[in-house]
Design a protein around this ligand. Structure first.
Ligand code: 3HC
Length: 283
């Protein structure tokens, strides 16, 4: 199967990044948002990131102009009727995702592959509302999508070998490295990352060290690009809490139980960079 048209559902932080890397790889991309304000904001993010790629010498202005011309915004899922592959990167809410999957199952051509960028929800449950379980998988990108080299594939017990093969060809065409995990919450990366981030909040809450010292310890002692509290602000405290809760719900393992401070910060609207305040202030 040849992939020509790509659909991306959602033009938030992840959806806009996915649309950008697909367009840069030469695909025609349709990206859908729920209203025009969100769509324009998302497309603006794609433009900003492409401009940064030029400024950093990663692309020429000509390449960026061509990529931008390949990105088409829409408010209507029906525009995806000719897509060969759709990546859903909408809100992390199972009923919303099931609604999107059921609608796309009716709209997409029979050969099309439908993927979710979910970081923690059950891909099999999304497949269950479609008649194409063999053509459904998770394609989990990492933030910031244009820079992070990894894609994590999530293979359900329904996903066919052919779908996995096409997914690998697609990932390679984006220049990404790929790993495959079973459909359990957190897959590989978040299964390891979330307990570590929760522990960092716990030791900060216990007063073991300042936020700066916790981050410096990990940056310089483990050579990570960001300390855990900076990374929490970067990923979003609400996103992290959501993933932790999904993992705790499935495994009932205290390693995934969110510390009280994390839940309270989310309740207070301290979500990290996106809200201007998390463990640090972003003024
Ligand atoms: N397009 C293409 N390339 C770009 C670019 C763009 N828009 N913006 C920057 N770059 C390039 C730069 O030129 C540079 O390339 P070089 O290494 O060849 O010189 C490289 O990307 C790094 O750019 P910067 O210098 O601007 O950025 P930093 O060096 O400060 O790194 C960071 C920023 C990549 C965000 C780094 O801090 C990092 O890796 N942080 C950790 C991020 C992380 O862990 N992400 C995963 C989160 S978990 C997740 O997403 C899963 C979810 O389910 C929760």
């Amino acid at each position: 199967m040849e992939i020509n048209g790509i659909g991306v559902v959602g033009c938030g932080l992840m959806g806009s990044g996915i649309a950008e890397v697909c367009a840069r790889a030469g695909y025609e991309v349709v990206v859908r948002e729920v209203n025009d304000a969100l769509l324009q904001k998302g497309l603006g993010r794609v433009q900003g990131s492409l401009a940064k790629a030029v400024a950093r010498g990663k692309a020429t202005q000509g390449q960026v102009d061509e990529a931008l011309a390949r990105v088409h915004g829409t408010l209507d899922l029906a525009t995806f009727a000719k897509c060969d592959l759709v990546v859903e990167a909408a809100i992390e809410n199972m009923s919303a995702k099931k609604e999107i999957f059921a609608a796309l199952d009716d709209i997409l051509p029979p050969h099309a592959i439908l993927a979710s960028n979910t970081s923690s929800l059950c891909v099999t449950e999304m497949a269950s509302v479609t008649k194409r379980g063999d053509r459904i998988l998770g394609i989990h990108f990492f933030n910031p999508v244009p820079i992070m080299p990894l894609i994590e594939f999530v293979r359900t017990i329904l996903t066919s070998d052919e779908t996995m093969e096409i997914a690998h060809q697609f990932g390679a065409s984006l220049g990404k490295r790929m790993v495959t995990a079973k459909d359990t919450p957190g897959f590989i990366v978040n299964r390891l990352l979330i307990p570590y981030l929760l522990d960092a909040v716990g030791i900060y809450e216990d007063g073991l060290a300042t936020r700066e010292d916790i981050d410096t310890a990990v940056k310089l002692g483990l050579n990570h690009p960001m300390g855990p509290l900076t990374l929490l602000d970067f990923v979003g405290l609400d996103t992290t809490l959501f993933i932790a809760d999904a993992m705790y719900e499935e495994f009932k393992d205290p390693r995934y139980a969110a510390p009280p401070l994390l839940r309270r910060m989310v309740l207070a609207g301290h979500l990290g960079r996106k809200s201007g305040k998390g463990f640090y202030d972003y003024g």
